[in-house]
Design a protein around this ligand. Structure first.
Ligand code: NAP
Length: 353
C-alpha cells in the first residue's frame, strides 16, 4: 500500500479519529489538544450508534460521524482505534484516499511491511512506512519501553514478565463492567458479567484472550513475545510472559525479571532509567513507595521502580523491577500521536503554525 497523494509540507492538516467515542478515542482527542498537534480540521468517526453525538475539541463542538468508505476524503492523518476488523477494512481505504494511518489495533502489527513503533525505541522505522504505521499492544509498550535503554548498555538475553492489566485495556465496556460488578458486590446484589467470563469484582484472572491449547499461552502473551521481538529487532529474544487481568480501573503494571549479557548493578539500571525519555523512576525503599496504577493514571511517563538485584541468579546478570503506565495514554493514544508527530508532514505543519 502506498499513500496516493503527496502532502505539501507546511500545510495545516486534516485529521480523522476512527473510534472517537471509545476509551482510546477520548484520549486521542485530549492528546491532540494538549500537545498542540497541527490540526486544521478534525473529523470524529465511530459506529452509526454514535452518529450525531457531539464532542468538544479546542472549545468547539464536533459532531460524531458514522464511519463509511468516503470518510477519508481530504484526510491527511487517520488515527484508528476501533478494533482490528474496522482497521482491516478501512485503513487501506484511508491510505488509498491519501491519508497516513496510525493504527492502534493488532490488525497490521506483525505485517513485515508495517512498522511497529515505540518512538523512544525505534522511531527510525517510521520512515519505512507505506501508508500504515502500527501502534504496539499496550502492555508491550508499558513493560518493554523501560527495558530498551538498558538493552543498549547491556544486551538483554531473557525477560520474565508478569502483567497486572487494568480494565481500561479492554475499553469503555470493560471499565463499566468493573464498576457495575463492584457496586453489585458491595450491595450484595447478584451480577451477571456481560463483557468477561468471570466475576471481575475483587477478583483477578488470566487474560481474557483465547488460549492456545497446545502451548497454554493466551493471545496477549503471544503478542508480548512477537511484538517485543519485532520492535527491538531481536527475533530470538527469550521472553516468558504471564498476563493477568486485575480489578484496577486504569493503567497497567508489570513485574519484570531481566537477564543481561553481563553482570549489572541495580544502581546502574536506576541511573540508565533516570536519564531515559518517557520514564520516571519511583523507587523509594524507605517509604515503600513504588510504581502504582493510580499514580501512573493520566501521566505520560511510565513509572519504574523496585529496581533490585535478582537474588535468584547468583551470576549478578539479572535484575528485577516493577513498572506501571497509563495504557490509554503511553500504551495507546499518546504513543500513536508521538508517532504521527514524527511524520515529515506533521513536522512541517507544526513548524509553519
Ligand atoms: N484500551 C486500550 O488500552 C488499548 C490499548 C491499545 C490498543 N487498543 C485498541 O484500540 C481499539 C479500541 O480500543 P478501546 O479500548 O478504545 O475500545 P472501546 O472503548 O470499546 O471503543 C471502541 C470504539 O470503536 C468504535 N467502533 C466499534 N465498532 C465500530 C464500527 N463498526 N465502525 C466504526 N467505529 C466502531 C466505537 O464506536 P461506538 O461508540 O459508536 O460503538 C468506539 O468509538 C482496539 O482495537 C484495541 O485493541 C486499546
Amino acid at each position: 500500500m502506498q499513500p496516493s497523494t503527496q502532502q505539501a509540507p507546511g500545510r495545516p492538516l486534516s485529521v480523522a479519529i476512527v473510534g472517537a467515542t471509545g476509551a482510546v478515542g477520548a484520549e486521542f482527542i485530549g492528546c491532540l489538544e494538549r500537545r498542540n498537534f497541527p490540526v486544521s480540521r478534525l473529523r470524529l468517526l465511530a459506529s452509526p450508534r454514535s452518529a450525531g453525538k457531539r464532542t468538544a475539541f479546542r472549545g468547539q463542538e464536533i459532531a460524531i460521524e458514522a464511519l463509511n468508505e468516503r470518510s477519508f476524503e481530504g484526510i491527511d492523518i487517520a488515527l484508528f482505534s476501533a478494533g482490528s476488523g474496522v482497521s482491516k477494512l478501512y485503513a487501506p481505504l484511508a491510505v488509498r484516499a491519501g491519508a497516513t494511518v496510525v493504527d492502534n489495533s493488532s490488525a497490521f502489527r506483525m505485517d513485515p511491511d508495517v512498522p511497529l513503533v515505540i518512538p523512544e525505541v525505534n522511531a527510525e522505522a517510521i520512515a519505512r512506512h507505506r501508508g500504515i504505521i502500527a501502534n504496539p499492544n499496550c502492555v508491550v509498550i508499558v513493560a518493554m519501553a523501560p527495558l530498551w535503554p538498558l538493552h543498549q548498555v547491556n544486551p538483554i538475553r531473557r525477560i520474565v514478565l508478569a502483567s497486572y492489566q487494568a480494565a481500561s485495556g479492554g475499553g469503555a465496556a470493560m471499565m463499566e463492567e468493573l464498576q457495575q460488578a463492584t457496586k453489585a458486590y458491595l450491595a450484595e446484589r447478584p451480577f451477571a458479567p456481560k463483557v468477561l467470563k468471570h466475576d471481575y469484582a475483587f477478583n483477578l484472572f488470566s487474560h481474557n484472550t483465547k488460549v492456545d491449547f497446545a502451548t497454554g499461552y493466551n493471545e496477549e502473551e503471544t503478542k508480548v513475545v512477537n511484538e517485543t521481538r519485532k520492535i527491538f529487532g531481536e527475533p530470538s529474544l527469550h521472553i516468558s510472559p504471564t498476563c493477568i487481568r486485575v480489578p484496577v480501573l486504569r493503567a497497567h503494571a508489570a513485574a519484570l525479571t531481566v537477564e543481561c549479557e553481563r553482570p549489572i548493578a541495580p544502581e546502574e539500571v536506576r541511573a540508565i532509567m533516570s536519564k531515559a525519555p518517557g520514564l520516571r523512576v519511583v523507587d523509594d525503599r524507605i517509604n515503600n513507595h513504588f510504581p502504582m496504577p493510580k499514580e501512573a493514571s493520566g501521566q505520560d511517563d511510565i513509572l519504574v521502580g523496585r529496581i533490585r538485584r535478582d537474588i535468584g541468579d547468583p551470576s549478578g546478570r539479572t535484575v528485577a523491577l516493577f513498572v506501571a503506565g497509563d495504557q490509554l495514554l503511553k500504551g495507546a493514544a499518546l504513543n500513536a500521536v508521538q508517532i504521527a508527530e514524527r511524520l515529515p508532514t506533521v513536522r512541517g505543519a507544526a513548524a509553519a503554525a
